[in-house]
Write a protein that binds this ligand. Structure first.
Ligand code: HMG
Ligand code: MG
Length: 298
């Protein structure tokens, strides 16, 4: 049986907009986050405190966090690769910080400029500081289903990083398909591997839709009991350090699927569609959500 309720983490303001060439103004990001919280998301990834030389699109993260209207019950998350990022997230009053590693050595080097082991050592003080300050801690594991640089990623590498993230005290762990290469059965094998190391109800699926498999991978994950998924409004996004990777699975499509299955999300789909129309209007193009486009045309 499938889960009765699912938590969707809306990552469009971070994963989506970090990869847009157009410079989206802080004002537009603030309005987007506020429209998303009004749509009912319990968790929105709103900021990323990384080097502005690496990802200039996220340089306005502090302003965004300062000016959004915080909705009671919504967790606002921020990416924090190191202590400098953590201090910024704390000052910006993030509710949750996200340490992000990789199951692939090659991707770790490209994305955060260090080995997997070095990244875990960097995350240790971040994790301790998160606990000391009462913030939620999430661990994200890129390339859990394949890597743009090394190709195949062994299940044991995923299990190893899940254990390390667990031992750092993560409240939630994201199993990420950075380049969208997984297919349904493979997805189940990886999720089952992760669930042998960590609580199944605190494992999240983060699927990019590069090969059009994301919804199938979500359904496959539901079948093995995963009940947290990440998605981006209008399918915004990608990763600047994974060439050719397209956006996350579109939130509108995921909500449409889940509601069709009778699974509760707490999300108002019409309001998500409005948020998508707003941000795509800012970007000057049509969104990538099939359900979103269909509903908007009604
Ligand atoms: P580094 O160059 O090794 O770091 O980068 P460093 O400690 O040597 O510092 C170099 C410079 O960066 C210094 O400035 C620092 O102050 C500055 P300088 O003295 O040269 O002027 N710096 C910072 N500035 C602001 N905030 C910080 C920070 N840290 C250092 N936190 C580092 C290492 C991790 C910083 C760098 O590699 C980086 O910022 N990488 C970010 C990459 C990134 O954001 N990728 C996208 C997000 S991950 C993702 O999308 C995947 C995910 O969606 C899951 C999936 O789909 O797979 C989560
Ligand atoms: Mg991502």
């Amino acid at each position: 049986t499938l889960p009765k309720t699912v938590k969707i983490v809306e990552v469009g303001p971070r994963d989506g907009l970090q990869n847009e060439k157009e410079n989206v103004s802080a004002e537009a990001k603030i309005q987007l986050v506020d429209m998303l919280s009004a749509a009912g998301f319990a968790n929105i990834e709103a900021a990323s405190f990384v080097s502005p030389k690496w990802v200039p699109q996220m340089a306005t993260s502090r302003e965004v966090m300062d000016k959004i209207t915080r909705r009671a019950g919504t967790i606002y998350s921020a990416l924090t690769p190191n202590m400098q990022g953590f201090e910024a997230a704390l000052a910006a009053k993030a509710d949750e910080v996200v340490i992000f590693g990789s199951a692939s050595e090659a991707f770790s080097q490209k994305n955060i400029n260090c080995s997997i082991a070095e990244s875990i050592a960097r995350f240790e003080p971040v994790a301790a500081a998160a606990k000391a300050n009462g913030l939620r801690l999430r661990g994200s594991i890129s390339c859990s289903f394949g890597c743009p640089y090394q190709g195949e990623v062994p299940l044991e590498s995923v299990a190893d990083v899940v254990r390390r993230m667990r031992d750092l005290g993560c409240d939630e762990i994201d199993i990420a398909d950075t380049i969208g290469v997984s297919t349904a059965r493979k997805t189940q094998a990886v999720m089952e591997t992760a669930a042998r190391e960590f609580h199944l109800d605190r494992i999240a699926g983060h699927f990019h839709d590069t090969y059009g498999q994301a919804l199938a991978n979500i359904y496959a994950s539901l079948e093995v009991g995963v009940s947290i998924f990440h998605s981006s409004v209008s399918g915004l996004g990608g990763c600047p350090y994974a060439k050719g990777a397209t956006g996350n699975v579109a939130t509108e499509d995921v909500v449409y699927l889940l509601h069709g299955l009778g699974i509760e999300t707490g999300i108002d789909l019409d309001k998500v569609v409005d948020a998508g129309l707003f941000i795509m209007g800012q970007l000057g193009r049509k969104g990538n959500s099939r359900a979103g486009n269909a509903l908007a045309a009604k």
